[in-house]
Design a protein around this ligand. Structure first.
Ligand SMILES: [Zn+2]
Length: 419
């Protein structure tokens, strides 16, 4: 079995994957901030973590995954106040929409799907732990993380913080690398804002402390994999590392995976390695598509572009073979077996096997079902047998109007295909 290789943002290298505990993968995924409907760019990240999760499961790992919903941050506080709603009332609609969208995309539900607002106590406890280690300071009721106390600050995003003046602060949750400063782990309420009454005072958590507290609560102080969009690497993930490692003295995450890297690497590799040609060649020779080599495409840095290319090439080859009447029953079985395995990871094909082939390239969606076409073809055959050529032609035209081409083969049989 090919070793799993993952591109780790922390080291900047593609590395073999070894879990902390044999057979188990502890994985944290930054979920959506539910201040609005999630857009397609967000879902690319969620589809990628789902592909990773399914792939690890296929390789026999037990996956223990936590995904949070950020249901309190600057934007939510502002939007909820503007709408005159409580935070929970404001975010509920967007949280439900996210769950529905995940179902529509066949994204598996993680073992722990958790909300930030249900874990305020865990965040307060983590801030107390940081405070006890003199890693924080207070200003106007807000509490800030002192980045000068964490010498490896910047190791994920590779920013240089040497020129930053001690005590310079940033209050907003999202900011650019140029604004790297001591950041807020706890924010004092502005007039009219929602707040929690806690041991560390009135206020609300900063965005970054949410994920540190929840990841460690559900998965432990050191976890295998942390995923998220590349836009989260700074400041969000950098700050997660600082808070978690400063509190525990342990490495927080072994493998940091960011969705954009996976895509970029995948496209590069599909061009340079060209594994899919090998698969295509094997299939063109009439052998069973090599499921292992497929898996190799994925194992190599979760190379989805390469794996997808292999699947599409396979279907294209199958089409060409069918056009040449070279597609045998044995081939169909291999293609179905391959697509079955493919589907376990990508979950993009929901229908029966015949429909799966169709979904990957046999004409457009819609149109009559295979069963309906077969029935009409049988009626046409019957009409021809009784020499009712007018009826046979009518059925052929009806099918043509609905996008189905009928071809009579040399051996007296009939084939059909979608336009
Ligand atoms: Zn997060």
């Amino acid at each position: 079995m090919t070793e799993i290789q993952l591109h780790n943002t922390l080291t900047g290298r593609t590395e073999p994957f070894t879990p902390l505990k044999p057979g188990e993968v502890r994985m944290y995924t930054c979920g959506p901030t539910v201040y609005d409907y999630a857009h397609i760019g967000n879902f690319r990240t969620f589809v990628f973590q789902d592909v990773l999760r399914r792939f690890l499961q296929l390789r026999g790992y037990r996956v223990n995954q936590a995904m949070n919903l950020t249901d309190v941050d600057d934007r939510i506080i502002a939007n909820a106040a503007a709408a005159g709603k409580s935070i929970r009332d404001y975010t509920e609609k967007f949280a439900q929409a996210f769950f529905e969208d995940c179902r529509a995309l066949s994204i598996e539900t993680p073992e722990h799907r958790i909300r930030a607002t249900d874990h305020i106590e865990d965040m307060v406890a983590l801030i107390e732990r940081l405070r006890a280690n003199s890693l924080t300071y207070e200003s106007d009721g807000s509490i800030y993380f002192r980045i000068s106390k964490f010498p490896s600050y910047g190791k994920l995003s590779k920013i240089d913080v040497s020129g930053i003046q001690a005590g310079a602060r940033v209050d907003v949750d999202r900011y650019e690398k140029e604004s790297a400063r001591d950041f807020a782990v706890w924010k004092a309420p502005k007039p009219g804002e929602h707040f929690w009454e806690t041991r560390i005072g009135r206020g609300r958590p900063g965005w970054h402390i949410e994920c540190s507290a929840m990841a460690m609560k559900y998965l432990g102080e050191t976890i295998d994999i942390h995923t998220g969009g590349i836009d989260l690497a700074f400041p969000h993930h950098e700050n997660e590392i600082a808070q978690s490692e400063a509190a525990t003295g342990k490495q927080f995450v072994k493998y940091w995976l960011h969705a954009e890297h996976l895509l970029v690497e995948g496209e590069k590799m599909s061009k340079s390695l060209g594994n899919f040609f090998t698969l295509r060649d094997i299939f063109a020779k009439g052998h069973k598509p090599s499921a292992v080599r497929f898996e190799a495409g994925l194992a190599d840095d979760l190379n989805t572009a390469q794996a997808l290319a292999a699947a599409f090439d396979l279907v294209r080859e199958a089409n060409i073979a069918m056009d040449k009447s070279e597609f045998r029953k044995a081939d169909a079985a291999s293609v179905k077996a391959f697509l079955g395995k493919f589907d376990r990871i990508f979950a993009v094909l929901q229908d029966d096997d015949d429909e799966k082939l169709r979904a990957l390239g046999y004409g457009g969606s819609g149109g009559p079902s295979n069963a309906e076409i077969d029935a009409l073809v049988a009626q046409r055959n019957e009409a021809r047998t009784r020499r009712d050529f007018a009826a046979a032609d009518r059925i052929r035209r009806e099918l043509a109007d609905r996008g189905i081409i009928i071809e009579d083969t040399k051996d007296g049989g009939v084939r059909w295909k979608r336009k």
